[in-house]
Every structure is written in structure tokens, then in C-alpha cells.
Unconditional design. Structure first.
Length: 176
């Protein structure tokens, strides 16, 4: 299989995997610089992920103060053949706050509602809920031991996919 064919296959795998998940883990940065992890239901937009977060929630506040975050989309524990090698995609993202009086807001809320159901329609009417567009700035796709790939670029599937060939190394034993 040639490189371009393999890369296209991996691009499809990444997008199929993301589509199979309904929530993501979100690591944001608090005002004091400390990390904060949470989760949120998400939808897939055009080369982005959408989340609707309350500004009452810590992660909603954090993204408004610092748009840099990390996202992890991970296989369920029960579905994993090996708990140490769960399928996962992580991205470094830049969060973009979408004003609620724009076409971009309407598109994001519609995309979320199609994926997550009626609750989005209700929450989007609440004044404290903010729509964030999470724009990828590179990432990593892992589908097992020895099967890790960098996702370079600003797309969900990666503009360039590279196999990480530098594997795990054993520690040298202490010499007495």
C-alpha cells in the first residue's frame, strides 16, 4: 500500500472514530495557570469541533480567558481490547467564542442539535451558554501499541499523517 493510500485510510479512520463518540475530554487553563480537565458533548463541524458550555462552568470561564486547550476523544474502556492501548485522538486546539447573534452561531447550534438532540435547543436559549468552535492545531491518533500517528496541520484528520516509529525503550538496569 503506498503512502498516499495509507494516509487517506488513516484520515478516514480518524474521522470515523471521532464520529463514533459523543463526548470529549477537555483540558483548559485556569486564570492562575493551573490545568483543569472536564468533558463536554460535541459536534463535528467543518474542520472543527463545537461545544456549548455554560459560563457558570469552570471550563467555560477558562476558554474565555485563555483559548488554548487540549481535547481527548477516547474509546470506551469496555470496548478496548487492551486498557493500556485504548483508541484515542487528541488535539491541541484554539477555542473561538462564537457570538450568539451570528450565522456561525446558528450553524454551530444546528450542528450540535443534529448530533446531540433536543437538549441543545433548550440550552442554547439560556443566556449563560456560550458556543465555542474548537479549531485543531495538530494532534495525535493512537490505535494500539506501535500504532501512533501525528496529525499535522489544522484539520481533524490531519493534513499530513506520520507514523511515530520511535518506540518504547527499556530502562537500563542499575549496575551494582
Amino acid at each position: 500500500m503506498n503512502n498516499k493510500h495509507m494516509e487517506a485510510k488513516l484520515n478516514t479512520e480518524v474521522l470515523d472514530f471521532i464520529s463514533s463518540r459523543k463526548t470529549l475530554q477537555l483540558a483548559s487553563i485556569q486564570e492562575d495557570g493551573s490545568p483543569y480537565s472536564s468533558y463536554a458533548p460535541f459536534a463535528i463541524g467543518e474542520e472543527c469541533l463545537y461545544v456549548l458550555l455554560s459560563e457558570i462552568a469552570i471550563h467555560g470561564v477558562n476558554l474565555q480567558h485563555n483559548p488554548k486547550a487540549s481535547v481527548l476523544i477516547v474509546q470506551d474502556e469496555d470496548a478496548a481490547e487492551q486498557i493500556f492501548a485504548r483508541v484515542r485522538v487528541n488535539y491541541s486546539v484554539e477555542a473561538e467564542l462564537i457570538p450568539n447573534d451570528t450565522e456561525a452561531w446558528e450553524l454551530g447550534v444546528k450542528t450540535l442539535a443534529e448530533r446531540q438532540g433536543q437538549m441543545i435547543e433548550h440550552l442554547s436559549q439560556m443566556q449563560d451558554f456560550k458556543l465555542f468552535k474548537l479549531n485543531p492545531k495538530g494532534g495525535r491518533y493512537v490505535k494500539g501499541f506501535g500504532k501512533a500517528y501525528t496529525l499535522a496541520g489544522e484539520t481533524l484528520a490531519g493534513e499530513e499523517v506520520n507514523h511515530l516509529r520511535d518506540g518504547h525503550k527499556k530502562r537500563e538496569e542499575a549496575k551494582a
